[in-house]
Design a protein around this ligand. Structure first.
Ligand code: ADP
Ligand SMILES: N[C@@H](CCOP(=O)(O)O)C(=O)O
Length: 307
């Protein structure tokens, strides 16, 4: 179970009271999270998700909660945030930044063509939002990819090091161009989506959101939902059609998408290598969810043939 920081009922009750919630039935740890501690709270007045943020300070969480609140208020399927007594969207619990958001219904979807179309449409809707918020800088962009590849090239087998070098040489020129920017989720995987009957009911886990190329968001989601499937196959084509129903992709963006997908695959290969290395010490005490780095290395090998 991915509960890194346990919270007892006695610790929770006064914190919840400060959020105007006085009728807790049950709180249970949620498994499957990879970074933060999450609890599902059942109360007489609805269900909530309590998150103790493990990897960043409150100052970095506040803009994310403000973005989620703005998107939820704009009618996107994004959990609303419950403020504390002082109106703050981020409080402290167990010496961690802590947030309370609406629990939304649904299950993580299988990546069928209809779901891919819905994901494409969601991204188009997201990329049209202009909340009055300070822009957040891109995470895991070209500089980060270069720096982590520089580190990992000395640790990996020769074939993997060569793949790192080849990929960087191909993706850096694409990043050097100016692309249309938007607010991007930048981690849109099936496990960050909930759906009911083919409809997206929630997009969660906005911790990597920022301003950035809309192309980057599409590349990440195409990889996460469609894997190595070619652009002509039904699921990726459905995602692009869903996107086109809400936003027009420029011809040069469409042409750059295969290389951007290589960059997105590189980004998750590298971050999974980092996550695996940093979780190794913890793994004996916590049953932590570690996603396999090799999955994204293998995807990159397939994508580079098509790019
Ligand atoms: N607002 C929500 N409504 C319903 N379920 C949620 C919500 N937020 C999180 N969850 C559940 O908690 C799980 C872990 O949350 P997530 O934000 O992905 O954690 P982590 O950042 O640690 O990976 C999700 O897979 C989902 O099942
Ligand atoms: N989506 C990333 C891992 C980030 O973890 P999350 O649970 O916060 O989405 C991956 O698949 O590597």
């Amino acid at each position: 179970m991915s509960v890194f920081t346990p919270v007892s009922r006695d610790q929770l009750l006064p914190w919840l009271a400060a959020h105007g919630i006085h009728d807790l039935h049950e709180h249970r740890g949620i498994s499957g999270g990879t970074v933060n501690t999450n609890y599902w709270l059942t109360t007489a007045s609805g269900d909530w998700i309590l998150t103790l943020v493990e990897d960043r300070p409150a100052s970095a969480v506040r803009p994310i909660m403000a973005l989620m609140q703005a998107l939820s208020q704009a009618g996107l399927p994004v959990p609303a945030v419950r403020a504390g007594a002082n109106g703050e969207l981020v409080d402290r619990l167990q010496d961690r930044p802590a947030t309370l958001v609406q629990a939304l219904p649904g299950d993580h979807p299988a990546p069928t063509a209809p779901i891919c179309a819905a994901v494409g449409r969601f991204l188009a809707d997201l990329h049209q939002q202009h909340p009055a918020l300070e822009p957040l800088p891109l995470n895991f962009g070209p500089d980060w990819q270069q720096a982590r590849a520089d580190y990992w090239q000395h640790q990996l087998p020769a074939a993997d090091s060569q793949l790192l070098a080849r990929t960087l040489a191909r993706v850096q020129p694409v990043w050097a161009r100016r692309w249309p920017e938007a607010w991007v989720h930048a981690d849109l995987f099936p496990d960050n989506v909930l759906s009911v009957d083919g409809r997206i009911t929630a997009v969660i886990d906005w911790y990597f959101a920022s301003r950035g190329p809309r192309l980057w968001d599409l590349a990440i989601a195409l990889n996460a939902f469609c894997g190595s499937a070619g652009l002509a196959e039904p699921a990726p084509a459905a995602m692009l059609q869903g996107y086109a129903a809400g936003q027009r992709l420029r011809a040069d963006e469409a042409a750059a998408l295969p290389i951007m997908r290589c960059s997105a695959a590189l980004r998750f290969w590298l971050s999974r290598l980092d996550a695996e290395a940093s979780h190794q010490a913890l793994a004996a005490d916590h049953a932590v969810t570690i996603k396999p780095p090799a999955e994204y290395r293998d995807l990159l090998l397939e994508l580079e043939q098509k790019a």
